[in-house]
Write a protein that binds this ligand. Structure first.
Ligand SMILES: NC(=O)c1ccc[n+]([C@@H]2O[C@H](COP(=O)([O-])OP(=O)(O)OC[C@H]3O[C@@H](n4cnc5c(N)ncnc54)[C@H](OP(=O)(O)O)[C@@H]3O)[C@@H](O)[C@H]2O)c1
Length: 262
């Protein structure tokens, strides 16, 4: 099936591992050129080489800390110098620890806020002007179901994800008239390095064993397993394709049926 992604230029934040890496692999498979961004330069360079191998498109690694305003500006300058225009932005780099409100100091809230909320805002702002001028663009925000299902033990992540749900639909309204489509994906538990960290944090908070937590997580999903990064990446590819031309401002749960709300 021709998806219309070949030759497009995509920038993926947090593209060195986990969901971002899977998105990079999937878009590269469709013939996109990529810029992948993460802090750890060595891991990013290795990932970029592996993503590029046997594929036609270019993969440019840019090591940067997206919590820093100047770094975001540098990333877009270098990306545009290397690839020219950015057609697709996948906002994905984010993290927030498990913890109740009393467990999380202001500095934790601030670092989650700087990376996920302000990182997504700054990258969107940097990308959307060019996309709107060319009358084609896709911004995909990887968010998280905690944004619309608040839980006490994931209060910081839930609150920041809720803000991004809101921003996604607001940007979809603003950019839609210029054929720049903005959508959000809410993964539930997905097997990545970050999920392993969350399991460790949950062990500390609940006193349960790793096996108990992993078993309970899988059995809470009607499909009997947690997500794979590729489950999310497949939706990203679809939303970036010409087959998704009328999908804008949608917030899509990819969770094996965990979320049941009308
Ligand atoms: N996995 C889940 O269960 C799950 C569920 C719901 C939502 N999500 C969301 O999905 C997204 C991806 O999660 P994941 O599980 O794939 O995470 P992950 O495995 O921890 O990967 C995170 C990526 O972001 C990069 N990164 C982290 N901090 C950064 C910074 N300050 N500047 C630039 N890059 C940075 C990391 O590389 P460096 O460390 O080298 O910078 C890495 O490439 C996140 O927004 C997360 O909240 C995940």
């Amino acid at each position: 099936m021709e998806l219309g992604i070949s030759g497009r230029n995509a920038l993926i934040t947090g593209g060195s591992q986990g969901i971002g890496r899977a998105c990079a692999e999937a878009l590269a498979e469709e013939g996109a050129n990529l810029v992948v961004v993460a802090r750890d330069a060595e891991r990013l360079a290795t990932a970029s080489r592996e993503i590029a191998s046997n594929r036609s498109g270019r993969v440019i690694p840019i090591a940067a800390d997206l919590t820093v305003v100047n770094e975001v500006e540098r990333v877009f300058k270098e990306a545009e110098n290397s690839l020219g225009q950015i057609d697709i932005l996948v906002n994905n780099a984010g993290s927030a620890p498990l913890g109740f409100i009393g467990d999380l100091g202001d500095e934790v809230w601030q670092s989650c806020f700087d990376l996920k909320l302000m990182g997504y805002v700054r990258c969107s702002r940097a990308a959307m002007g060019g996309m709107r001028g060319r009358k084609w663009g896709r911004i995909i925000n990887i968010i998280g179901r905690g944004g619309h299902f608040p839980t006490a033990k994931y209060i910081a992540g839930g609150a920041i994800n809720a803000a991004i749900l809101n921003i996604t639909q607001a940007l979809a309204e603003e950019c839609g008239p210029d054929n720049v489509l903005v959508n959000g994906i809410n993964p539930a538990a997905t097997a990545t390095e970050r999920w392993d960290t969350l399991v460790q944090q949950r062990m500390e908070i609940t006193g349960q064993t790793e096996e108990q937590i992993r078993k309970a997580s899988a059995s809470s999903v009607p499909l009997g397993r947690i997500g794979a990064p590729e489950d999310i990446a497949n939706m990203v590819v679809y939303l970036c394709s010409e087959k998704a031309n009328f999908i804008n401002g949608s917030l899509i749960d990819i969770d094996g049926g965990v979320s049941r709300a009308l």
